[in-house]
Design a protein around this ligand. Structure first.
Ligand SMILES: Cc1cc2nc3c(=O)[nH]c(=O)nc-3n(C[C@H](O)[C@H](O)[C@H](O)COP(=O)(O)O)c2cc1C
Length: 329
């Protein structure tokens, strides 16, 4: 069974992936947040900054992700990525944000299976790396995804990751497991399940329902509870040890951004994003997050977060989280 860390724009960047792997582990592959392809005829290093080998721990399996609908641009970016030493690239046809979908990119491409075919004809000619796809059930409805799958089945892909929502759902509402099942059954490629795995029990229920699926991608659940991937794999960290690991993780992220961001305000804003996930297990009443949101200086920030990071009892495991619940065999 493989656990994959989902790409989350501006969160799961190289420093986050490196620190996550060093401190918590449990993840087999890390997907980078998308890089948007453009019609540059030369690709500058800064566009690929997050995936440059010098920023990524060589022991991590990182899969770069590209977003775009133009096969020629994609080829240009993919050859630059292959030159960096990568052998797998993921294509994002799942992003739900209107700024992206209005341009027929991300999940905005899902109603246009003819454009997907044209794109893949260009990209897959003489392909020298493994192309995988991350998609949703459709933009508006699951019928769109089924038509897309007919097209994807015609190309030599390394796998398809399905987030079990439509694009229009954004990140809300329930995952649609029946439509996921139909789409996964229609797919001839290796499938990865993605969506709303936030506890060991969620993982257990999903993997029991889909016994043939071997790959599971975790996003917000792992960012809120970084112990989740290793817990799913059966490694239990005693609750009283968890805060010291969280502190180490926090400090690695904080000092990385302190070095590259100018001014306290930018740094505090960045850390608010970090806490918006992590506070789930430490802030049942929302008071901590309220205080963090008001911080504009590093000194006031540390005054608040140190009270949490230095207090092992602040981490509260949600029920069923401590004992790994592995699927019955
Ligand atoms: C703020 C945010 C940014 C995201 N950025 C990306 C991205 O760059 N590429 C991508 O494929 N998915 C992106 N996603 C989607 C996640 O990778 C994942 O598919 C989604 O959150 C569902 O999984 P989860 O329920 O485990 O979080 C993003 C999600 C969120 C909430």
């Amino acid at each position: 069974m493989n656990l994959l860390l989902a790409p989350i724009q501006s969160m799961t960047t190289a420093c986050y992936r490196n620190a996550f792997d060093e401190i918590f582990g449990g993840i087999d592959k890390y997907y980078s947040p998308f890089i948007a392809t453009t019609d540059h005829n030369r690709i500058s290093k800064s566009l690929l900054k997050d995936i440059l080998p010098e920023h990524n721990d060589p022991y991590l399996k990182v899969i770069p992700q590209l977003l775009g609908n133009n096969g020629t641009d994609f080829r240009l970016f993919s050859s630059a990525i292959v030159e960096l030493g990568y052998d797998e690239i993921n294509w994002n046809i799942g992003c739900p944000f209107p700024m992206v979908t209005n341009k027929k990119k991300g999940s905005g491409l899902l109603p246009y299976s003819d454009m997907i075919k044209e794109f893949l004809d260009t990209v897959c000619a003489d392909i020298d790396y493994t192309l995988t796809v991350k998609m949703r059930l459709g933009l508006n409805n699951p019928e769109e995804g089924m038509k897309v799958m007919d097209v994807l089945n015609q190309y030599p892909l390394g796998g398809v990751i399905i987030h079990a929502r439509t694009g229009n759902q954004m990140y809300t509402g329930k995952v649609d497991l029946a439509s996921f099942e139909a789409l996964a059954s229609a797919c001839r490629h290796n499938i990865t399940y993605n969506g709303d795995i936030t506890t060991c029990n969620d993982f257990f229920n999903i993997s029991r329902r889909f016994p043939l699926i071997n790959n599971f991608m975790l996003g917000r659940g792992a960012l809120s509870d970084p112990f989740l991937p290793s817990a799913i794999k059966g490694k239990v960290v005693p609750t009283e040890n968890k805060m010291s690991m969280i502190k180490k993780f926090h400090d690695e992220i904080f000092y990385y951004y302190k070095n590259i961001l100018s001014g306290d305000k930018h740094l505090c804003d960045k850390m608010k994003e970090f806490w918006s996930y992590l506070s789930l297990h430490m802030d049942k009443d929302g008071k901590l997050m309220k205080k963090i949101k008001k911080c504009h200086s590093v000194s006031s920030y540390f005054e608040i977060v140190n009270k949490v990071l230095d207090n092992p009892s602040m981490w509260s495991d949600i029920p069923n989280q401590q004992e790994p619940l592995l699927p019955e065999t």
